[in-house]
Ligand binder design. Structure first.
Ligand code: NAP
Length: 280
């Protein structure tokens, strides 16, 4: 029986495909743009656009487990198609933001929450992976650091427990291939709380050169962020970071607590991704 991985062009989906294939399991990698997928030789690919129900039946044929990237647009149709195809278990890449007060109206949380609710109301068995901030979010600083410009932040002392994307992939694969995590809702983090300033210090040590940090006002940060994302998203993120300034971030479930192996550290992520910050 086949495991379908949606979002297979994304960083987590790709890592899940690689792991399942290496374990000798039948995996189908799905994307709205299947010709742009890069998958190991022997991995089947499929067109699946989560907002285009006409693509669902073929992608789900013979599938018993699904790794799902959250897209609310077609979720009720996807649930029906999955039930009709005989899918047994869906592992959703959700977000810890669904636990926020007023998550329904929070632009960071609402799309994941709508997908969680549709799945919870279905006949499918589901596992919700709710990661906190990814370590890879630091790639947003790469252009500035690469050009030796200061990283400007409104809340440099906000605490985060960043999770290495590969840890999420490891946990997803365990959820897809066994029953130890089935039916659970798991808030996932890394094992250490680090402020943005501390993350930048780790990057500075890793790159062996100064990485200056400059505190700017909330209004200045909102103006900069608003060039790349909608205003409600900007406000929600700034609110989140402002609230995260009051003390170490809570540590949730990690690869240590769930799989018995140490969580990958932010330092490790920085070492692995140092080339992205060199400006070359
Ligand atoms: N970043 C965080 O801190 C954080 C925290 C908690 C939860 N999350 C959740 O995690 C999910 C993101 O996961 P991810 O980082 O694995 O996803 P990602 O790398 O952003 O890719 C997700 C999907 O976006 C599409 N896509 C569009 N343009 C792309 C491009 N140039 N390259 C690759 N993919 C592209 C692809 O789908 P198609 O191939 O079908 O077009 C891909 O599978 C989101 O749902 C987010 O809410 C993120």
């Amino acid at each position: 029986m086949t495991i379908l991985v949606t979002g297979a062009r994304g960083q987590i989906g790709r890592a899940v495909v690689d792991r399942l294939h290496s374990a000798g399991l039948a995996v189908r990698a799905a994307s709205a743009h299947p010709t742009e997928l890069t998958v190991p030789a022997g991995v089947e690919t499929a067109e699946l656009a989560l907002d285009r129900p006409e693509t669902f039946a073929a992608a789900l044929r013979g599938v018993r487990q699904v790794f799902l990237y959250p897209q609310p647009a077609g979720i009720h149709d996807l649930v029906k198609a999955a039930e009709a195809a005989g899918v047994e278990h869906v592992v959703l890449l959700s977000s810890s933001s669904v636990l926020a007060p007023d998550a329904e109206n929070d632009p960071l949380a609402s799309h994941s929450l709508r997908v969680e609710r549709a799945l919870a109301g279905s006949g499918l068995t589901v596992t919700f992976l709710r990661p906190d901030a990814f370590a890879s979010n630091s790639l947003g600083w790469a252009r500035l650091i690469g050009r030796s410009l200061p990283v400007q932040l409104a809340y440099p002392d906000a605490h985060i427990a960043p999770i290495h994307p590969e840890d999420i992939a490891d946990i997803a694969v365990t959820a897809l291939t066994g029953d130890s995590l089935t039916g659970r809702s798991l808030t996932l983090t890394g094992s250490e709380s680090l402020t943005f300033r501390e993350q930048l210090a780790v990057l500075s040590e890793t790159l062996d050169r100064p990485v200056p940090v400059e505190q700017i006002t909330r209004a200045e940060a909102a103006e900069q962020m608003g060039r790349h994302m909608p205003a409600p998203m900007v406000s929600a993120l700034l609110d989140l970071w402002e609230a995260a300034g009051h003390g170490p971030a809570a540590i949730g479930e990690t690869t240590r607590s769930l799989l018995g192996v140490p969580a990958r550290t932010y330092r490790q992520w920085a070492r692995e991704n140092a080339a992205a910050f060199t400006g070359r």
